[in-house]
Write a protein that binds this ligand. Structure first.
Ligand code: URP
Ligand code: ZN
Ligand code: ZN
Length: 472
C-alpha cells in the first residue's frame, strides 16, 4: 500500500515548500501540490506539520563492552527510541578492544543488529590495533559496505591506537578512499593527569574534566589533523566539545586538510557544573570529552550556524545509575557516556531553531543531510527527493512537553535532560515508506531496519588536490 502525505510544509537543508509527497513502496514517487492518491493509498493529513527528511545520528554506541560493563541499550530499544525521537538512521561504532580480533568484532556487531533494529543503520569500524592482519581485514570490511573507520587517540591500552598505528590506519584509509573518524584526546596526558589527581585524593566526578582539560582535546585534534595532512586521508573529528579544539580544527581546514567536525548534543546544552554535583548525580554526567565550562557553548552554537561544525550527533551511550556507581571510589572508574538518541532532534529544534535562532535548514543539514553526504548515504538518505528512501519525519511544532526518564524508550533509569521543556516532536515517522511511529508512539515493525552498505568516496588529498580546490 502506498502513502500520500498531504498538505505539510516540506523543510529540507535547502528549501521550504508546501506540498504533498506520494510514496510508492519504499521510495518517494512524486512531490508537488494537489497530488491524487492512487487506489489503496493511505492518506495522512499533515496540515500544520513540518516534514523533515529522516534524521541521521552519525555517532551512537549500542553494543559496547566498555569500562568493565556494557552500555544498556539493545538494537531493539535504541532503534525504537531513535525513531520516536525522529532518527531513522544511525551509524553505530563497532568497537572491539585492542585484545580482540577486529573481523570477529565486526561480525559480532553485525549479528547483534541484524533483524533487531526498527530503523536503518550503518557502522563505523574501529581500528584499535594495527598488526599484520589489519589491512586485509579492513579491506574485507570496506568491501562489505562499511566505508568509514574510527580511531581513538584516548583510552590507552583499550581502544586507543599509538601514533604509529594512527599513521598506518590513515595511510590505508587514504588509499581505499575511506573516511576516518577520531576521538581526539591525548591519552598520555589524560593518564598522567588522572594519576596525579587520584594521588591527591581527588576522586569525585568533579575531577573528570580537570583530568582531560580543553588543551588535551585541542592537542589531539591538532595531531589528528597533522596526520591527515601527511597521509592525504580525509578525517572527521567526533564529539568536539570546546573552543580550543574547534580552533585547531579550523586551522587545519584553513590549511586545506580535508576534515569534518561533529559536535554532540550534550555539549550544546549542558556544562561541567552538572558533573560537579555530589555523588551519583555528578557521575551521570561523566563522558569524554567532558562537559566543559559554559563559555564554550556560544562558540559551538555559532560554529554550528556557520557550518564550521558540520554535524550534530549524540555519542549515545547509556549507563544506568548502578553502573555509574562503579566509579564511587575513583572518577576514573565511572563508565563514560550519556544517552541522547531519543532527544537530539527535539532538543536541537527547541533550543536551536525555536529559541536560539539556528537556521532551520542548517538544523536539517547538521542533523541529517550533511551526515548522509559525508558518510556516503546521500541522496538515498538525508533528502526529500523523488527516488530517495521514504524516511520522513512529520513533525508537530505545536507539541509541548518535558523530557523524563519515566516516559523515555531508551533503556536507562535516568535522563540527563530530566524535566527539560521541548517545543515540538515527531508525530509520524516512516522508514522506507512504512509508518513506524504514529502520534508519537511506536506502531511499526521492530525488525524493519536494514544495514546500509556504503562505498568509499574520498580522493587522496595530495598537494595537487589541495591546490586544485584552492583554485576553484
Ligand atoms: O564518554 C563517552 N564518549 N563514551 C562513549 C565512548 C566514546 O568515547 O565515544
Ligand atoms: Zn569518543
Ligand atoms: Zn562515541
Amino acid at each position: 500500500m502506498g502513502l500520500l502525505i498531504r498538505g505539510g510544509e516540506i523543510v529540507t537543508a535547502e528549501t521550504r515548500t508546501h506540498g504533498d509527497i506520494l510514496i510508492e513502496g519504499e521510495t518517494i514517487r512524486e512531490i508537488g501540490p494537489g497530488l491524487t492518491a492512487p487506489v489503496g493509498t493511505e492518506v495522512i493529513d499533515a496540515t500544520g506539520m513540518l516534514i523533515f527528511p529522516g534524521f541521521i545520528d552519525p555517532h551512537v554506541h549500542i553494543h559496547l563492552p566498555f569500562m568493565a560493563t556494557f552500555a544498556k541499550d539493545t538494537h531493539a530499544t535504541a532503534s525504537k527510541a531513535g525513531l520516536i525521537g525522529g532518527t531513522t538512521t544511525f551509524i553505530e561504532m563497532v568497537c572491539p578492544s585492542r585484545n580482540e580480533d577486529a573481523l570477529e568484532g565486526y561480525h559480532t556487531w553485525k549479528q547483534k543488529a541484524e533483524g533487531n533494529s526498527a530503523c536503518d543503520y550503518a557502522f563505523h569500524m574501529t581500528v584499535s590495533r594495527y598488526d599484520e592482519k589489519t589491512e586485509s581485514q579492513l579491506r574485507e570490511i570496506v568491501a562489505d559496505g562499511t566505508a568509514s573507520f574510527k580511531i581513538f587517540l584516548s583510552y590507552k591500552n583499550f581502544f586507543g591506537v599509538t601514533d604509529e598505528e594512527m599513521f598506518q590506519t590513515l595511510k590505508l584509509a587514504a588509499s581505499l578512499g575511506v573516511i576516518t573518524t577520531a576521538h581526539c584526546e591525548n591519552a598520555e596526558l589524560v593518564g598522567q593527569l588522572q594519576q596525579q589527581l587520584l594521588v591527591e585524593g581527588k576522586i569525585g566526578s568533579e575531577w573528570h574534566e580537570p583530568s582531560r582539560p580543553e588543551g588535551v582535546e585541542a592537542e589531539g585534534t591538532t595531531r589528528f589533523a597533522t596526520f591527515l595532512e601527511q597521509t592525504g586521508a580525509t578525517g572527521y573529528v567526533v564529539h568536539l566539545s570546546c573552543a580550543p579544539a574547534l580552533r585547531a580544527a579550523i586551522e587545519a581546514k584553513l590549511r586545506g586538510v580535508k576534515l569534518y567536525v561533529e559536535s554532540v548534543l550534550p555539549h550544546f546544552l549542558l556544562n561541567k557544573t552538572y558533573a560537579e554535583q555530589a555523588g551519583v548525580e555528578g557521575m551521570k554526567y561523566v563522558m569524554s570529552p567532558p562537559l566543559r565550562h559554559e563559555r564554550n557553548q556560544p562558540v559551538l552554537w555559532h560554529a554550528l550556524q556557520a557550518g564550521i561544525i558540520d554535524t550534530v550527533g549524540t555519542d549515545h551511550c547509556p549507563f544506568d545509575t548502578e553502573q555509574k556507581l562503579l566509579g564511587t571510589k575513583a572518577f576514573t572508574q565511572i563508565p563514560n557516556g550519556i544517552p541522547g538518541l531519543e532527544d537530539r532532534v527535539n532538543l536541537m529544534y527547541t533550543y536551536g531553531v525555536k529559541r536560539g535562532g539556528l537556521d532551520i535548514h542548517r538544523f536539517v543539514d547538521a542533523l541529517s543531510t550533511k551526515a548522509a553526504k559525508i558518510f556516503g548515504l546521500y541522496p538515498r538518505k538525508g533528502a526529500i527527493d523523488v527516488g530517495s528512501d521514504a524516511d520522513l519525519v512529520i513533525y508537530d511544532p505545536e507539541y509541548r512537553g518535558r523530557i523524563s526518564a519515566k516516559t523515555q524508550h531508551t533503556n536507562n533509569d535516568y535522563n540527563g535532560f530530566e524535566g527539560v521543556e521541548i517545543e515540538g516532536r515527531p508525530w509520524v515517522v516512516t522508514v522506507r515508506g512504512k509508518v513506524q511511529v504514529r502520534d508519537g508512539v511506536f506502531v511499526g515493525d521492530p525488525g524493519r531496519g536494514q544495514m546500509l552498505k556504503r562505498k568509499p568516496q574520498y580522493v587522496r588529498q595530495t598537494e595537487e588536490v589541495r591546490v586544485m580546490v584552492h583554485a576553484d
